[in-house]
Design a protein around this ligand. Structure first.
Ligand code: MG
Length: 259
């Protein structure tokens, strides 16, 4: 199933997308008690939002190799995780704003996990039972704001730096998909998720040994080789074929346009 959030007029709706229609639903998508309202929308008549308002967003750094032989024989003991603020989330077609003072930022197309059940100390073999579904994320990054002491927080946290969408797909096999990015129509990233260094089950299991994950938590699983710097006017399409394409454009901040 493909869950969406969308607006038409001033109302915000939740729905299930099939083909070109969205059936509105009511209730908690993570519970068993949601139901169809009977109202049907054409996808061309609505504006899609990020398919979820995340509870929290956790990313993992540098998590892909370019070919299977390059996967390290030993995995790092402490993976590089970071948080992104929920205020950085935008939806499909919204503009990514390049912060004042710099002219370029990086796109990072990623498979994003949406947690569906409270998860603490989950063994790797049971991780998928706690996953609600998957969406596409763009972990926009301004490395110019990485602190010299190694902290990434500022460079990952600007408003608009976490586009998500277009839908949450609940029936995805995350081990059988490719994560792609096209910049102005030209392919820049295209890797199978088996090229992840720390695989999904290990990543989520590790996190649940540290913190209790809750429904609505989003985990960005890392970006394939090929992410680049881009500037104002560039258009990025992050894509996982089985989920959809997340399109956004880069613009300068208003402060920069004025100066
Ligand atoms: Mg990333």
């Amino acid at each position: 199933m493909k869950f969406t959030r969308f607006t038409k007029g001033s109302s915000v709706y939740t729905g299930v997308l099939s083909e070109n229609t969205i059936q509105e639903i009511n209730g908690d998508i993570f519970g068993d008690n949601w139901e169809y309202t009977g109202q049907i929308f054409s996808v061309t008549d609505v504006t899609l939002l990020a398919p979820i308002k995340p509870n929290q967003i956790i990313g993992i750094g540098a998590n892909y190799v370019s070919k299977l032989e390059d996967r390290p024989s030993e995995l790092p003991k402490i993976p590089v995780f970071f948080f992104k603020p929920i205020s950085s989330v935008i939806g499909p077609e919204e503009d990514i704003i390049i912060p004042e003072g710099i002219e370029k930022v990086k796109f990072e197309s990623e498979l994003a996990i949406v947690i569906g059940k409270e998860a603490k100390n989950v063994p790797e073999s049971e991780v998928l039972d706690y996953v609600f579904g998957y969406t596409v994320g763009n972990d926009v990054t301004a490395p110019q704001f990485f602190h010299q002491d190694g902290h990434w927080t500022i460079g990952k946290s600007f408003d608009t730096f976490t586009p998500l969408g277009p839908v949450i797909e609940t029936e995805l096999d995350p081990f059988a998909v490719n994560v792609e990015a096209r910049l102005n129509g030209v392919e820049k990233q295209n890797s199978a998720t088996e090229l992840m260094i720390i695989p999904i089950r290990r990543m989520v299991s590790y996190l649940t040994k540290v913190m209790t994950l809750k429904p609505g938590d989003v985990i960005l699983t890392g970006s394939p080789v090929g992410a680049e710097f881009v500037g104002a006017g560039d258009k990025i399409e992050c894509k996982i074929k089985e989920i959809g394409t997340l399109r956004n454009s880069f613009v300068l901040s208003k402060e920069q346009v004025k100066s």
